[in-house]
Write a protein that binds this ligand. Structure first.
Ligand code: HC3
Length: 480
C-alpha cells in the first residue's frame, strides 16, 4: 500500500498527521523519533502522576513515560516487521482501516455538500425476492475487511492479525435479533454514519447494496475499461486483485499444513447441534464471501456495470468463487481444508447433516487441485466464474458480455503463455460442476430452513440470507 494512502490515518499515538508505518504502527514523525530515542539503553522514563496521562498532539511532550507506554500498547516494537513485509492479513486490515478513514472523510464532505445518492432499484425480476437489497445505497462504502479480527482489542487489531480460530468465537456470538432498526448504518435521514457498523455483527449485516458497488460511472455512459487495457495489464490487474483479497496467502497455508484438528477438537464440532453448526458455517462462509465481493470490485470493468447487475453477478457467483478458492486451502494428501485455523476433513462438518453436499464440495476441491492451477490461473478463472453474462436477472447483458470477453481473452492469454491451453476446456467443465454444487447448496438450505426457520431468520448473517435467498429465490435457482 502506498505511503500516501496510509497517511489518511492519523498517528496512533498522538493523533497528529501520520507519515507511514514506523516500528509496526502508523505514527507521525514526532512519535517515530521519540520511540527511536526511547530504545536507547540509557533511557529510563517515569511518570510523576498516575501513569495515565493523556497523549495527544498538544500534550505528547509532557510525559515521556506515558507516551512510551502508549507506543508499546499500540504495538510499536524495535523488531516490528517493516510495512512492506506485513502479512496478508495485516495488510488487509490496514487496507480496511484506510478505507474507513477515507469513508469518514467523504462522509464529512458529503455532510457539507450533500449529493444525491444513487439508490438500489430492484429490477422487475429481483423485486420482492430480496428485501435486504431494497435499501438506499450507502453514501460510500461501509464494507470492511477486518471482520476477521473481531476478538482483537480495537487498539491493536489494525496491525496484528488474530489467528483464524479466534475470529470465530466472536463471529459465533453473532446475534441479529436487535439488529433491524438500530443496526441500520444510517440515521433516519439516511446520511448519518453510525460507528456501530464497524462491529463484527454489523459488518456481517451489511447488505450487498451497501458494499461499495456504486457504479464507477453513475451517469451510465460506458467507460472504456477494460477494453482500453492491454491484455497483459488486465491479467496483472486481476491477479493482483485476487492476491489482495484472497484471505490467506498460499505460502501461509502451505506452512500450516501440519496443523490438523485433533480428535477431541473434531468431537467438539461434531457435538454441536445441527442449527449451531449451520450458523457457525454460515458465518464463516459469509466471511469468505465478503472477500470475494472485494475481489469482484477490483476486476476491471466490474464497477462500470450497473449496480443491479453487479449485485446479480455476486448473488449467483460469489459462492462459486468461494468454492474455487477452497481449492487453494485444500490438502489433497489427506483431503482436508483449512477451516477455523486448522485443517479439517469432511467428518468435522458432520453435524451439518448434509454429508452428501460436503462430500461433493470436497470432491470438487480435489478435482480442481488435480489441475494444478497456478495462482494466476486461479485468479483469472475466478474472474471468469463471476463475470458471466448467462446469469439470471441481468439488466444489461451486453455490457456484462463485453467484460466477460475481456476476461476470457485474459484467461486464454495466460494459458497460452503457460503452454497449457488444454486446461481451458477442463475449466469450462468445472463451471458446470460449480453450478450443480450451488444448486445442491440451495436445496440444503431449503431443507434446513424448513426445520429451523427461526435460526435462519434471526441468527444467520443477513448477507448470507440475501445471497442464498428467500424461498422463492431458492426455488428459482434450483430450477435454473
Ligand atoms: C467449508 C466452507 C467452504 C470453503 C470456505 C473456505 C475454505 C474457502 C476459501 C476461503 O478463503 C476460506 C474459507 C472459509 C470458509 C469455508 C466454508 C465454511 C463452510 C463451507 C462449507 C461448504 C459448508 C457450507 C455451509 C452452509 C451449509 C451453512 O451454507
Amino acid at each position: 500500500m502506498m505511503r500516501a494512502q496510509i497517511e489518511v490515518i492519523p498517528c496512533k499515538i498522538c493523533g497528529d498527521k501520520s507519515s507511514g508505518v514506523h516500528y509496526g504502527v502508523i505514527t507521525c514523525e514526532g512519535c517515530k523519533g521519540f520511540f527511536r530515542r526511547s530504545q536507547s539503553s540509557s533511557v529510563q522514563y517515569s511518570c510523576s502522576r498516575q501513569s495515565n496521562c493523556p497523549i495527544d498532539r498538544a500534550s505528547r511532550n509532557r510525559c515521556q513515560s506515558c507516551r512510551l507506554k502508549k507506543c508499546v500498547a499500540q504495538g510499536m516494537s524495535r523488531d516490528a516487521v517493516k510495512f512492506g513485509r506485513m502479512s496478508k492479513r495485516q495488510r488487509d486490515s490496514l487496507f480496511a482501516e484506510v478505507e474507513r478513514h477515507r469513508q469518514q472523510q467523504r462522509l464529512q464532505a458529503n455532510q457539507v455538500d450533500p449529493q444525491p445518492l444513487p439508490a438500489y432499484r430492484p429490477s422487475k425480476e429481483s423485486r420482492g425476492h430480496s428485501p435486504h437489497l431494497i435499501q438506499p445505497l450507502a453514501p460510500t462504502y461501509s464494507y470492511s475487511l477486518d471482520q476477521e479480527l473481531p476478538n482483537c482489542p480495537p487498539e491493536v487489531h489494525s496491525y496484528l492479525g488474530c489467528v483464524a480460530g479466534e475470529a470465530q468465537n466472536a463471529a459465533l456470538g453473532y446475534r441479529s435479533s436487535q439488529r433491524s432498526v438500530e443496526n441500520s448504518s444510517f440515521s433516519a435521514t439516511g446520511r448519518g454514519f453510525d460507528s456501530r457498523r464497524s462491529t463484527p455483527e454489523a459488518i456481517l449485516s451489511i447488505p450487498i447494496s451497501e458494499m461499495g458497488l456504486r457504479p464507477f460511472d453513475p451517469e451510465g455512459s460506458f467507460c472504456p475499461y477494460p477494453t482500453s487495457m492491454h491484455i497483459e495489464e488486465l491479467c496483472t490487474s486481476i491477479v493482483r486483485s485476487h492476491r489482495e483479497t484472497s484471505q490467506y496467502r498460499l505460502e501461509e497455508i502451505q506452512a500450516l499444513r501440519w496443523k490438523i484438528f485433533s480428535r477431541e477438537e473434531i468431537h467438539v464440532y461434531q457435538s454441536k447441534s445441527v442449527d449451531g453448526m449451520w450458523q457457525h458455517c454460515a458465518v464463516r462462509l459469509t466471511d469468505a464471501v465478503q472477500y470475494v465481493v472485494e475481489f469482484a470490485k477490483r476486476i476491471p470493468g466490474f464497477r462500470q456495470l450497473g449496480q443491479n447487475d453487479q449485485i446479480a453477478l455476486l448473488k449467483s457467483g460469489s459462492m462459486e468463487v468461494v468454492l474455487v478458492r477452497m481449492s487453494r486451502m485444500f490438502n489433497t494428501e489427506n483431503s482436508t481444508v483449512f477451516f477455523d485455523g486448522k485443517f479439517a476433513g469432511t467428518e468435522l462438518f458432520r453435524s451439518l447433516a448434509c454429508g452428501d453436499f460436503i462430500a461433493a464440495v470436497f470432491d470438487f476441491a480435489h478435482s480442481l487441485c488435480a489441475l494444478r492451477l497456478t495462482e494466476q490461473q486461479v485468479a483469472l478463472f475466478s474472474a471468469l466464474v463471476l463475470i458471466n453474462s448467462d446469469r439470471p436477472c441481468l439488466e444489461d447483458r451486453d455490457r456484462v458480455l463485453r467484460v466477460r470477453k475481456e476476461v476470457e481473452m485474459a484467461l486464454s492469454h495466460i494459458l497460452h503463455r503457460d503452454n497449457q491451453e488444454s486446461l481451458l476446456h477442463k475449466l469450462y467443465q468445472k463451471v458446470s460442476q460449480l453450478k450443480s454444487l450451488c444448486v445442491l447448496h440451495i436445496e440444503k438450505l431449503r431443507w434446513f430452513r424448513q426445520q429451523y426457520p427461526l435460526t435462519v431468520n434471526s441468527l444467520f448473517p443477513p448477507l448470507y440470507k440475501e445471497l442464498f435467498g428467500s424461498d422463492t429465490d431458492i426455488q428459482a435457482m434450483a430450477t435454473l
